[in-house]
Design a protein around this ligand. Sequence first.
Ligand SMILES: [Fe+2]
Length: 278
Amino acid sequence: MLQKKSAPPDFRTIDLAPRIATEIVADRATVLSGALSGEIRELLEQRGVVVVRQVNFSEAEQIAFTKTLGPIINENKGGVSKITIDPAENKMGNYIRGAFFWHIDGTMLPVPIGAAVLTAQRLAKEGGDTEFCNTYTAYDALSDADKAQIENLKVVHSIENTQRYLNPEPTYEELKEWQKFPDRILPLVWKHRSGRKSLVLGNTATYIVGMGQRESSALLTRLRDWATQPQFVYRHKWTIGDMVIWDNTGTMHRATQYSLESGRMMHRTQIGGEEPVG
Ligand SMILES: [Fe+2]
């Protein structure tokens, strides 16, 4: 006897910028159920960022939804991570200010974060947008000469580099704290199992192995400028309840400046990475 097939989920998509980011329009129950998770994973791979506006998930719903996308990382005793720079609410607030600068989450881990889900709980009056750039399309658009030059370069990544953005003249004691984290050496070009390639840059990228300081700094800065041109960027202006999901392996992101006392609060969940860089 033929099984009666359930109707395919009802949704539509809107591309938000030519080379990055797609919005999904569907009712919240459909999104929450996981019925669209296959489509969302495919969009994350192809478009880097997926937006669902004003879905207004509770903490439990955000966790349940994240689990429909892949293995959730247990960050905060099974809860969501509360992302705020307000020192009254977050002892790590100062460290999170590193998010004002372009980065990939988890470059200092053996395997970077696979994807992240961010929902807006409270907004800053000014600033606090989130910008994403597509490091696949930025790589693809490089000239053949640039691709050949960077093909096999390796980059040292360090916590020290991120901290120098916030504290350019550390004491020796502060420096020793930062240097407790071992550096990581990662390829500049991530050759994914899928066969696609993306750029690995961001605020942990310190210097290129075997290159002089000036040349290394010039190349890393030129590539970051390239990858973060408007043609590769989507900027999300948040409304409370919005959910933005990004493929952390093919994008960089940053928050635009907002004040310590703004009260901005986001809830974050993360999905484990599936492949190391390179
Ligand atoms: Fe981040």
